[in-house]
Write a protein that binds this ligand. Structure first.
Ligand code: TXA
Ligand code: MG
Length: 324
C-alpha cells in the first residue's frame, strides 16, 4: 500500500487510521513507535511488513496504565505491579503472562506479553480514547537507529504509513527498560530509559539478562541492532588512533578529543549530563550516518552508570566488534 504520508498533531486523525486497521507513528517519551491495534492480527501483520521485521521478534503492547494492563495480562507478579505503580507512565516495560485476546503474532508465539504505559501526553490521551491497546515497536526499518523526531520517521517510512503524529523530539531518547520476574527474581532484559539503580531502589537487587535476541527459540539470528549503515567502532579506554585515517566522524560523551583530521565531531553533553546524552544519542548517530563526508564513525562509551548503561548498550550493538 502506498500512502501520501502526513505529519500532523491531531490525535483524532491518528485514532481514525488506527480504527481502520492501519498503522501510524506515535510519539512516546523514549522513541517514536509504529502503532497498530494490538488486538487486530491483520493490522499487526502490517507492522512487521512495514518494518521488514522478522516474525520472531515480538512487539511491545502500549496501554494507558495499570487498569488497561490488567485486561491483557493473565496475572501481574507483585514486584512488577509495584514497579508499574511507581514508574508508569514512563520508560518501563514489564513482561507478564498474556491473556488469549492478545494475538500470538504480537508475542511471536511466546506465552508472555510486554506491556508499557508511555508518558507522552498526546499518546496517553490517544490510548485513553481507544478501546484497544497499541502494539508498537520503534518506528524504524528493522535493525536501524530508532527515531526520536517525526522527521526521522518520515525520512524512512514515508509512503508506507498514512500519518505521523508529531509530539516533538523525544525527551528520554533511548527505548524503555524491559523487566520481568523469573524464579523469584526481578530480571532486566533490556537496559533503557529507566535506570537500573532506580529500579533497584524499589525492587531490590536485580539480575541482568541482556539479550541480543528476545526470542529464546531463535538464538543468534540478530547480529547488529540500532546500527548506522556506516561502520562504527567503539574507542574503549581512550585508545584513539593517532590520526583519523579516513573521513572520520567522532561521537564523544563530554570531551573533545585531540584526534586530528576528522570530518565532524559531535559531543553528546558538554556538561556531562547522561540524560542529555541519551536524548541526543540517536539523532547524533543519524547525523554522522548521513554526512557524505564521513566513511567511518568512532564512538566513545559513556560512564557505565545510570542512563550511561543504556547508551553504551546501544553503542555496543551498533559497533563492529574489534579483534582483541
Ligand atoms: O521504548 C520503547 O520500548 C519503544 C517505544 C515505541 O515504546 N518500543 C520499542 O519496541 O523499543 P521494539 O520493538 O523496538 O523493541 C521491543 C523489544 C523486542 O525486540 C523484544 O526484545 C522485547 O521488546 N519484547 C517484546 N515483547 C516481548 C515478549 N513477549 N517476550 C520477550 N521480549 C519481548
Ligand atoms: Mg526497535
Amino acid at each position: 500500500m502506498v500512502f501520501q504520508t502526513l505529519i500532523g498533531t491531531d490525535p483524532a486523525k491518528a485514532a481514525q487510521w488506527l480504527l481502520d486497521g492501519e498503522c501510524v507513528a506515535i510519539p512516546t517519551e523514549t522513541v517514536y513507535g509504529l502503532a497498530a491495534n494490538a488486538l487486530n492480527a491483520a493490522a499487526v501483520v502490517r507492522i512487521f511488513e512495514i518494518k521488514n521485521r522478522p516474525a520472531f521478534d515480538p512487539l511491545i503492547v502500549h496501554v494507558s496504565g495499570l487498569e488497561q494492563a490488567e485486561r491483557y495480562a493473565a496475572s501481574l507478579p507483585a514486584p512488577l505491579r509495584t514497579l508499574a505503580e511507581r514508574f508508569w507512565p514512563g520508560p518501563l516495560t514489564i513482561l507478564v503472562p498474556k491473556r488469549d485476546l492478545i494475538p500470538d503474532l504480537v508475542t511471536s508465539g511466546l506465552p508472555q506479553v510486554a506491556l508499557r504505559a508511555p508518558a507522552h501526553p498526546v499518546t496517553q490521551a490517544l490510548l485513553r480514547a481507544l478501546h484497544f491497546p497499541l502494539a508498537a515497536p520503534s518506528a524504524n526499518p528493522f535493525g536501524y537507529i530508532s527515531p526520536t523526531t517525526a522527521q526521522h520517521v518520515y525520512d524512512q517510512l514515508q509512503n508506507k504509513i498514512p500519518y505521523i503524529l508529531d509530539g516533538g523530539p523525544c525527551k528520554v531518547g533511548v527505548e524503555s527498560t524491559i523487566v520481568g520476574y523469573e524464579k523469584q527474581e526481578t530480571v532486566i532484559y533490556r537496559l533503557g530509559g529507566l535506570e537500573l539503580e532506580t529500579i533497584e531502589q524499589i525492587a531490590g537487587p536485580v539480575r541482568l539478562d541482556i539479550r541480543q535476541n528476545s526470542h529464546p527459540a531463535a538464538p543468534g539470528m540478530l547480529t547488529t541492532h540500532y546500527a548506522p549503515r556506516k561502520p562504527l567502532y567503539l574507542v574503549e579506554d581512550d585508545r584513539w588512533p593517532a590520526t583519523a585515517a579516513q573521513k572520520t566522524g567522532i561521537l564523544t560523551f563530554q570531551a573533545k578529543t585531540g584526534l586530528p583530521g576528522h570530518a565532524l565531531h559531535i559531543v553528546l553533553s558538554e556538561t556531562g549530563d547522561l540524560a542529555e546524552a541519551a536524548q541526543q544519542l540517536f539523532a547524533a548517530l543519524r547525523t554522522l550516518d548521513q554526512n557524505a563526508g564521513i566513511d567511518v564513525i568512532l564512538a566513545e562509551p559513556c560512564p557505565d552508570k545510570g542512563l550511561g548503561r543504556a547508551i553504551n548498550d546501544r553503542l555496543r550493538r551498533a559497533a563492529i566488534p574489534v579483534a582483541k
